[in-house]
Design a binder for this molecule. Structure first.
Ligand SMILES: [Zn+2]
Length: 345
């Protein structure tokens, strides 16, 4: 079950317990209640009259009320949105001021976007290494890298230089403090492990907003980029986040025959619980000329019944010429295209 569901179930359970009720007993029971009007639930919910009539599930589909409430709830997290926006602004400022030209800026951008995916936790020693790559500072000698880190991460001091003992998910790297056996990150099947971070004064841990907006949805971007990186470099060029994030990646297949031109595919890897919201936010950026424009779905979304059909329906009328592939199919097709050595698809 996704974290949001478990959180909600947990909150309901505690609230019910405070009233002397043992409810809900399990997920299936709560699913059943989602099909009944909210006003009939065992707990009095603080809702207006019309909303008390609403249900969360209509059959197996989310109700319109549930969709809109989720959208509103998302926007209600003002602090997280603010941190997301500030982090992105600080990242852009850092890469623009450190990049001597467009190419260097793009490289620095990809470096920091990747950092957010690969490093939910950074030791201050890691930061020192990074600071040599991105040294630009303001007149107070405060580096733009440090400004970015202070926005996107939270510093945890240690009493003395040495090893900080932490727990993380072995697969996605997220801190694993709450659940001893499972990682709550959507789609992650990793298990928690203990590990040590070698630090001087402390370590940096991602702000929850950074985790929510950059790290967790970025895991599929990282997997796809890593998969593409395994293809033969003489046949495939990969540009991560071209034009500072117009797409998640552009893949160019080199022409192996003189009469052929190179072929480019662009992709956006999207990990979004709601296909409707994904479609609503999706923009097909025309700045990268491409033969194929592809939305890549992480396996755990592509396997969700009805997800792809919903996404196709929601995209209709908004964009044209967009293909939808799951991450494995995308990588398989890219490998096949690369191995054809420039033969027509
Ligand atoms: Zn994980």
């Amino acid at each position: 079950m996704p974290r949001a569901w478990r959180d909600a179930r947990g909150r309901l359970w505690w609230k019910a317990r405070s009233l002397g009720l043992e409810w809900p007993a399990h997920d299936l029971e709560l699913f059943e209640w989602c099909r009944r009007p909210l006003g009939s639930w065992p707990l009095a919910l603080a809702l207006t009259g019309a909303d008390l009539e609403a249900v969360l599930l209509e059959g197996d589909e989310l109700s319109e009320f549930a969709e809109q409430a989720a959208d509103l709830a998302h926007h209600a997290d003002v602090e997280a949105e603010l941190v997301q926006n500030q982090s992105f602004a600080a990242l852009l400022l850092c890469v623009r001021l450190n990049g001597a030209n467009e190419e260097a800026t793009q490289k620095a951008y990809a470096r920091l976007r990747r950092l957010l995916i690969d490093h939910p936790v950074l030791s201050d020693r890691d930061v020192q290494v990074l600071a040599r790559e991105l040294p630009k500072a303001d007149s107070d000698n405060d580096t733009f890298l440090a400004k970015f880190l202070r926005t996107a991460y939270v510093f945890h001091p240690v009493p003395a230089p040495g090893k900080a003992r932490l727990r993380r998910c072995r697969q996605c790297g997220n801190p694993a403090d709450n659940d001893p056996v499972r990682c709550g990150t959507p789609g992650c099947t990793g298990r928690p492990e203990a590990y040590e971070v070698l630090c001087l004064a402390g370590y940096w841990q991602q702000h929850r907003a950074t985790r929510q907006f950059f790290h967790d949805p970025g895991l599929v971007e990282g997997r796809v980029l890593d998969g593409l990186a395994k293809l033969p470099a003489d046949r495939v060029q990969i540009e991560p986040w071209p034009h500072l994030d117009a797409w998640d990646g552009a893949v160019t297949f080199t022409s192996m025959l003189p009469q052929e031109t190179a072929e480019c595919w662009v992709f956006d890897a999207k990990d979004c619980s709601s296909p409707a919201l994904l479609a609503r936010k999706f923009r097909s950026d025309p700045r990268v000329p491409a033969r194929r424009r592809i939305i890549v779905l992480p396996t755990h979304r592509a396997q969700t019944p009805g997800y792809r059909a919903d996404l196709e329906r929601e995209l209709q009328g908004r964009v044209t010429g967009i293909e939808i592939l799951d991450e494995k199919s995308f990588l398989r097709q890219a490998a096949a295209r690369a191995s054809k050595a420039g033969a027509a698809r």
